[in-house]
Design a protein around this ligand. Structure first.
Ligand code: PMP
Length: 425
């Protein structure tokens, strides 16, 4: 149905039909949650064999006793895992603790306060350093900037990644742009994989941007494919080498959604200059990361093949949930003017754009009907979605039946919010 072509009478009839449907849902007393993108208990159990895997052998290959202090870089075996995951040479990898978000926060803090390449390079040396945020995007990236007092400027996400014309125009026009957030594969929340052209243009930004400009390449979903022949992300590492812009990109990843979300291993990959700057900061925070956990991860995932076959088990659990979301959206909205969405083949999210001005109302209706969605606006800096359109759906934790149930409610709420808004217009 096309709302734009409906008469007032048709809209009124539709509203009472949908209100009846919605009231019937209210009677079911549902309690469903499709908010945060975390692994389900079943997914976590795929890695239970890590428990006890060391069997009393705590020595790394080079003889390091992983139980002791030290090793700010991470052990060699864990660097190999990072290299298998990020497809970057081990020499360019630092292995951290359990969270890539922590590494991103620490890296941005280093860039801001201390400078990644010495005090002269600190972003705080200028009044208002700014970071480009493709929107919709990941709320926790915004929180890092907010906490450090870094201004965020938005650019739209497209089906091939950030709008690169807008990114280049901003950098050319504003000397104070110092950084950019990117989730290049199965982007949070749109599920988009950056095209080869986009990756190459990002790799070349170092040629036009200020020398202290850094891309924060958060490859959280590097191996999180749902299909057999997944899209390939171009190597930003190789492209920055090709264009002589090695210092302009720092990459991040972790095993949070590979093994245990709360007890994984996180990685940074970057040029030796950037790593030196980061390690100086890290060395002031800790005598060394949890190398026992690094070693168990390396034993559990000893090669790229082992990693990829482990990820296939995750895909088997996730794929039916994504199918449930996508088929509900297709069935309800194909050929309508009620919303638009991408069809991700990996990652943790499906993101839905309502008609302008309908996201908050949809989320509210769903909450009142017992279906918790991520708050509207969360996918934009300062919680402000200027068009009030974007809603992020995270189907990994609920059972397939629960996802189906949540989507039945979601669809009715989108329709009702849209019709009510059209009537009020
Ligand atoms: N980056 C993105 C894009 C994410 O979606 C998430 C988890 N929701 C994270 C980072 C968090 O990663 P970690 O657990 O390694 O801190």
């Amino acid at each position: 149905m096309l709302l734009d072509q409906a008469t007032a009478e048709q809209l009124k009839a539709l509203e009472s039909e949908l209100t009846a449907e919605y009231n019937a849902i209210l009677g079911k007393n549902l309690s469903l949650d499709v908010t945060r993108g975390k692994p389900s208990a079943e997914q976590l159990s795929l890695s239970d064999a890590m428990d006890g895997i060391l069997d009393g052998s705590y020595k790394a290959g080079d003889g390091t006793d992983t139980r002791n202090y030290g090793g700010i870089d991470g052990i060699a075996e864990a660097k190999q895992l990072g290299s298998d995951l990020m497809e970057v040479p081990t020499a360019n990898i630092v292995v951290g603790g359990n969270s890539s978000l922590t590494l991103m926060h620490q890296t941005m803090m280093t860039a801001y306060h201390f400078g990644l390449t010495g005090a002269d390079s600190a972003w705080k040396n200028i009044d208002t350093p700014k970071v480009i945020c493709p929107v919709p995007g990941y709320d926790r990236h915004y929180t890092v900037c907010e906490q450090l007092g870094i201004e965020m400027v938005t650019v739209p996400m497209t089906a091939s990644g950030p709008d690169m014309d807008a990114v280049e125009a901003l950098i050319n026009a504003d000397e104070s742009i110092r950084g950019m957030w990117c989730v290049p594969k199965y982007s949070n929340p749109t599920g988009v994989v950056y095209s080869d052209e986009t990756v190459e243009r990002i790799a070349k930004l170092g040629q036009i941007a200020h020398k202290d400009f850094r891309v924060f390449w958060d490859n959280a979903y590097a191996v999180h494919d749902l299909i057999d022949n997944p899209p390939q992300l171009a190597s930003v590492f190789e492209l920055t080498t090709k264009h002589g812009t090695e210092n302009s990109v720092l990459q991040f990843a972790s095993t949070s959604k590979i093994t245990f979300a709360g007890a994984g291993v996180a990685f940074t990959a970057a040029s030796s200059e950037n790593l030196a700057g980061l390690k100086k900061f890290l060395g002031a925070c800790t005598i060394g990361p949890d190398k026992v956990n690094q070693l168990r991860h390396a034993k559990f995932l000893p090669s790229r093949e082992a990693l990829m076959s482990h990820m296939k088990k995750h895909a088997q659990l996730l794929q039916p949930r994504f199918d449930a979301v996508l088929s509900a959206l297709s069935k309800a909205f194909d050929g309508s003017d009620l919303g638009s969405w991408e069809t991700p083949v990996g990652g943790y999210f499906v993101s839905f754009d309502t008609r302008p001005g309908c996201a908050k109302a949809t989320v509210k209706l769903a909450a009142e009907a017992g279906v918790k969605l991520t708050p509207a606006g969360a996918t934009f800096p300062y919680g402000n979605d200027p068009e009030d359109r974007n809603i992020r759906i995270a189907p990994s934790v609920p059972s397939i039946e629960e996802v189906v149930g949540a989507m039945e409610v979601f669809v009715v709420c989108v329709k009702l919010a849209s019709v009510r808004q059209a009537l009020a217009a």
